[in-house]
Design a binder for this molecule. Structure first.
Ligand SMILES: [Zn+2]
Length: 417
């Protein structure tokens, strides 16, 4: 039987005997986000899925496919650490309340939305995305598996499955309709419930755990959160914590979560603790198009000042790691998901923090926060070939990241123009 299988595999997979495709990228400039170093006229060799050589004098092997980016600036693929690919709120239908979205869209519809959004993220230069829940009944887990199987195109996905929260989660349920938050959330109040929710999520395919700390008056304590972190880390996954209040962010920072999501009301005290405990912050810019579509009078300018620009400036001053994750929950044909995610760079620019810090928030910092730093976030030998190109040097003009002209993910080209 063994011999037969071996012979059959040679017939079915003759490509196994053939060497991996070699691609040589001629890069006009490469920006290293870790150091802010810019190098010119570089050759990047890609063999199969990995980068094997980078330098000005790298020999291009005979038979290599050559990609000319000599007029462009090459950077590592970008990452979005707070996405909801399998949810699309419709402003008119849902009145801005994603509670309605979760009731009105089937799991099948949400998986299709996830597939469309995954492709869009890739088009706009995101080669890794962390989907942070609100994915119905593990719709995004299936999107991830389909990408990994080569069934559909998309970025590397990390998915949270069902969000774990104190009773009621992020909805205001009625006593006679208690089950309407399922399967979006696991309500977990006791330690046993928290542990079981984490284990069920892992069993059904989650690759990160998301806790909502504080959207009710009763919030997770520092010890509750520590307990959840231990359980998640023991299984080799990170823990992301949604915190909308000052107390929620403080508890999350003290417990030492991997990332605090939103952190709109985070205090300086909590930021100092976050710095000490290596906790990264994932702040959310509020886009103008969202304000337009939802009919918010005056737009989102004031909201941004209070909930995005102020906490980002204070976090930067405190030396806390900032990670890109704009929390986009809608898209339209005119406003595809990838565009909405990267358009947030305009608000990041308004914070006045250095362009290099913004570039790090898009690359090296999420690589670390997502546990991908050994394979992603840099263009050097041994890393996966997640490579994109823009028209200008982002250290001088950060908004150039809105105009990605070339996308390669693990050695395969998805966009070139
Ligand atoms: Zn979110």
């Amino acid at each position: 039987m063994k011999k037969y299988t071996f012979a059959l595999s040679l017939v079915l997979f003759p490509c196994l005997a053939v060497a991996a495709q070699i691609t040589a990228i001629k890069a006009g400039k490469i920006v290293d986000p870790a150091t802010g170093t810019v190098t010119s006229n570089q050759i990047i060799l890609v063999e199969g899925t990995d980068i094997t050589a980078v330098g000005p004098n790298v020999q291009i092997p005979a038979g290599a496919k050559v990609i000319d980016l000599s007029k462009q600036v090459v950077i590592p693929g970008m990452m979005d650490a707070h996405a909801h690919l399998c949810m699309n709120t419709q402003h008119k239908r849902d009145g801005g309340r994603y509670y309605f979205t979760t009731l009105l869209d089937s799991n099948a519809k949400r998986a299709i939305q996830g597939a469309v959004n995954a492709r869009s993220m890739l088009d706009y230069g995101f080669t890794a995305v962390r989907d942070i829940g609100n994915e119905g009944n593990y719709a995004c887990v299936e999107v991830r598996r389909s990408i990994n199987e080569g069934l559909i195109d998309g970025p590397l996905l990390i998915t949270a499955g069902r969000i774990i929260a104190p009773y009621g989660g992020q909805f205001q349920l009625q006593p006679d309709k208690q089950n309407l938050a399922e399967p979006e959330y696991f309500f977990a109040d006791t330690r046993d419930e928290i542990r079981k929710a984490i284990r069920q999520n892992l069993h059904y395919g989650a690759t990160v755990i998301k806790l909502v700390i504080d959207d009710q008056r009763y919030i997770y304590s520092v010890d509750d959160i520590k307990f959840a972190i231990e359980e998640a880390h023991a299984a080799g996954v990170k823990l992301a914590a949604h915190a909308w209040t000052a107390q929620g962010a403080l508890n999350a920072a003290k417990a030492g979560v991997d990332t605090i999501e939103h952190a709109v009301a985070i205090s300086d005290e909590a930021l100092a603790i976050a710095k000490q405990n290596n906790v990264a912050i994932v702040p959310i810019p509020f886009t103008e198009i969202d304000a337009v579509l939802s009919g918010t009078p005056g737009g989102n300018k004031e909201t941004n000042e209070r909930w995005f620009i102020d906490p980002v400036q204070r976090a930067h001053k405190a030396g806390v790691t900032l990670v890109w994750g704009p929390d986009v929950i809608f898209n339209t044909p005119e406003w595809p998901r990838g565009k909405l995610s990267i358009d947030g760079v305009d608000e990041w620019k308004r914070t006045g923090i250095p362009n290099l810090t913004i570039l790090q928030a898009l690359t090296t910092n999420p690589a670390k926060a997502l546990g991908l730093e050994k394979t992603r976030g840099a263009i050097k030998p041994g890393m996966r070939a997640d490579i994109i190109a823009v028209r200008d040097n982002p250290l001088e003009k950060i908004e150039t990241v809105k105009d990605v002209v070339f996308v390669m993910r693990i050695g395969k080209v998805y966009k070139a123009n």
